[in-house]
Design a protein around this ligand. Structure first.
Ligand code: HEM
Length: 261
């Protein structure tokens, strides 16, 4: 393996993953108030209503496909009787559909950012930098998929013999750079762009991924009640009466606990 190969397929990925983990811890400890997607929904919501779900659902399905294709060994799918031709067809149809939704969503979000004045003014240099680094792996992933999986013949390029074991080697601290040496250039560039994105992730608004409101559908409701103007503010009935003759003392913590709006 050449020194360049060792750099790109061993050193570079570990530097990026270290920045991802250490950077996220640092950002959480130093900037919890800045830990946000910095939503711009108040500026405009018509384009956002389409662009945001297309992008987010698209990228979630792309990510699920990556987990299946990269982390599950080929021997496992073969053991349950799934031939490579079938896997390739499923992965390509699902991947291209999810990738297309991601690309359309991303284009809509970028278009909105440039054409809607309020959103443009709320866009920082960090956001532009993030959008460029986010677009790169998406565009290169789509390019590699179309070139090698869609137009690449019946079986396509079998990345489960090279890229997938290489990534598992990285994640289990047994890196084997030689697995990546003959991988088509579009896939190599895609992987490098993806790791570059992981490296800058904690320093951008992408941190909101780590605090996605996954518990939202099951959390208890927050009840807002409008106060009836005619009804006087009542103290809650505590279920006990003060001892006759004593001066009732209101516990400090319970004062002003009016939940009505
Ligand atoms: C931020 C990270 C990444 C993004 C945004 C991303 C995006 C994409 C997109 C949009 C596609 C085309 C649609 C699809 O097939 O799902 C794709 C395909 C692919 N990506 Fe990634 N990717 C990322 C990380 C990675 C990493 C880390 C690897 C490997 C180490 C990788 C390997 C692949 C492979 C092998 C395909 C082809 C899948 C197929 O056609 O079955 N990607 N990626």
């Amino acid at each position: 393996m050449t020194a360049l190969g060792i750099f790109w397929w061993v050193i570079f990925p570990y530097v990026c993953l270290t920045l991802l983990v250490a950077g996220s811890v640092w950002r959480w400890r130093t900037d919890q108030f800045g830990w946000t997607s910095r939503t711009s929904t108040l500026h405009e919501h018509k384009l956002l209503r389409w662009g945001s779900p297309l992008f987010h659902y698209g990228i979630l399905f792309v990510a699920a496909g990556h987990v299946l294709g990269l982390l599950i060994p080929k021997s496992w799918t073969e053991a349950v009787g799934m031939p490579q031709t079938f896997y390739h067809l499923m992965a390509t149809v699902a991947g291209v559909s999810a990738g297309t939704a991601t690309v359309i969503g991303l284009l809509l979000l970028v278009y909105r950012r440039y054409t809607v004045k309020g959103v443009r003014h709320a866009t920082t240099r960090n956001d532009v930098f993030m959008y460029v680094l986010l677009s790169l792996p998406v565009a290169l992933g789509m390019t590699a998929t179309v070139l090698h999986q869609v137009l690449g013949g019946e079986h396509g390029y079998d990345y489960r013999e090279t890229i997938s074991p290489w990534l598992r080697g990285i994640l289990t601290f047994r890196p084997d750079a030689s697995l990546m040496s003959d991988v088509p250039l579009a896939f190599q560039l895609h992987v490098i762009a993806a790791f570059l994105l992981f490296a800058v992730w904690p320093f951008t608004r992408l941190v909101h991924f780590f605090s996605a409101p996954v518990a939202y559908p099951t959390r208890p409701y927050i009840v807002y009640r409008r106060r009836d103007a005619a009804e006087p503010v009542r103290r809650p009935n505590r279920g006990w009466e003060p001892v006759p003759g004593s001066t009732p003392v209101e516990p400090v913590a319970s004062r002003g606990r009016q939940t009505d709006l």
